[in-house]
Write a protein of this length. Structure first.
Length: 360
């Protein structure tokens, strides 16, 4: 059509001119002009990548939400490996030089791990978003502490991420703020329940292990120490069993430390077993020495020195009832104090009315 228009002398219409594509598959001549790009934001923060480093220097493990003004993600501080590659990465990560020496893996007492929110680099936006997260700080910190070393923390991390998104997207809305805070409180209550159950299981494990070790020690001591003490060691062994029975029955109502309080559960269970063993042996001695009156049963008078079954029964009772022996000892101590007070009372001074000498 273009050739016919030229032959007739008519000029072609501009809107009808169509540039033919190059046979070699190249773009038209005016295609070398770059197309117009959308305006680029100067403060886009969605530039985190999984296995990359965030602004804190932690390794990003999972990204929950990516927005123009914030990113909600899970990160963990990972110590570099002793190899050269790990040292090189550690020295340049995050634009900061880190100290690293071979063999120093895991030597830091503090481990940073959990759900974070990286905010916009725009100071105005960053300040606004930070003010939205501040009301969640206390509950979030408590929940993060409870999640330390917890093997099933994924669902709780998701709750934290949801709470952060509710607060950031709510733009200060009271309902969003309340929902975010309630989400953290519900998650904290759930993890507390799980860790309390784990703490009780830990307490029971410590009790059984320490009780077995205690029995072995008492059996060894029975043949080496205080051989002429009668059934004292037998009562101590029975008291250990009584303490185990008391712990087993009362563990459902007993308040123990969470499983993160290893030292507390270990010391409490060891002390309870020690009290049971000492109480069992002491109660046998109290009956054997006559400080406590003999017990009369259907089989007659029971002797704690000669009757092994009675010594076992006394030990179990003393270990089961934790306050029994301390109360008996306090009662005996009070008797001794009263007796000493009576014997040491000063003699009465005769009065003048009783015929004393009068001054001349």
């Amino acid at each position: 059509m273009l050739d016919n228009a030229v032959a007739s002398g008519d000029s072609p219409r501009r809107d009808a001119v169509v540039e033919k594509p190059d046979p070699a598959g190249q773009s038209p001549a005016n295609a070398n002009v770059p197309p117009a790009l959308p305006p680029k934001e100067s403060h886009v923060v969605c530039n985190l990548r999984v296995d990359g480093l965030d602004e804190r220097g932690n390794t990003v493990k999972y990204i929950y939400s990516c927005d123009q003004d914030y990113v909600v993600y899970y990160s963990r501080l990972e110590h570099p490996s002793p190899g050269a590659d790990g040292a090189a990465k550690a020295s340049t990560a995050g634009g900061r030089r880190r100290r690293f020496s071979p063999g120093s893996t895991g030597d830091l007492p503090y481990e940073s791990e959990g759900v974070q929110a990286q905010l916009s680099s725009d100071p105005a936006k960053r300040q606004k978003l930070r003010s939205l997260l501040l009301p969640l700080g206390t509950e979030r910190a408590k929940l993060q502490a409870l999640l330390s070393d917890w093997p099933r923390r994924q669902s709780f991390d998701s709750s934290i991420a949801t709470a952060l998104q509710l607060a950031l997207d709510g733009d200060g809305n009271a309902e969003s703020k309340d929902n975010a805070l309630q989400t953290l409180k519900d998650a904290k209550a759930a993890i507390l329940t799980e860790r309390e159950i784990a703490g009780k299981a830990q307490y029971v494990r410590f009790t059984l292990i320490l009780a077995l070790a205690g029995i072995l020690l008492l059996v060894a001591a029975q043949h080496n120490l205080f051989k002429g003490s009668g059934n004292f060691w037998l009562g101590a062994q029975a008291g250990l069993f009584g303490a185990v029975l008391s712990i087993a029955i009362g563990i459902r109502r007993r308040t123990v430390a969470l499983d993160i309080g290893v030292a507390g559960n270990l010391s409490d269970s060891a002390l309870r077993l020690f009290i049971g063993a000492v109480s069992g042996g002491t109660l046998v001695l109290l009956f054997a020495t006559g400080l406590l009156p003999s017990l009369h049963t259907l089989k007659g008078e029971q002797d704690a020195v000669q009757t092994m079954t009675f010594a076992l029964l006394l030990g179990i009772i003393a270990g089961f009832v934790e306050q029994l022996v301390p109360s008996l000892l306090e009662e005996q101590a009070q008797k001794f104090r009263n007796g000493n007070e009576k014997t040491s009372a000063p003699a009465a001074v005769p009065s003048a009315a009783a015929g004393g000498n009068k001054a001349p």
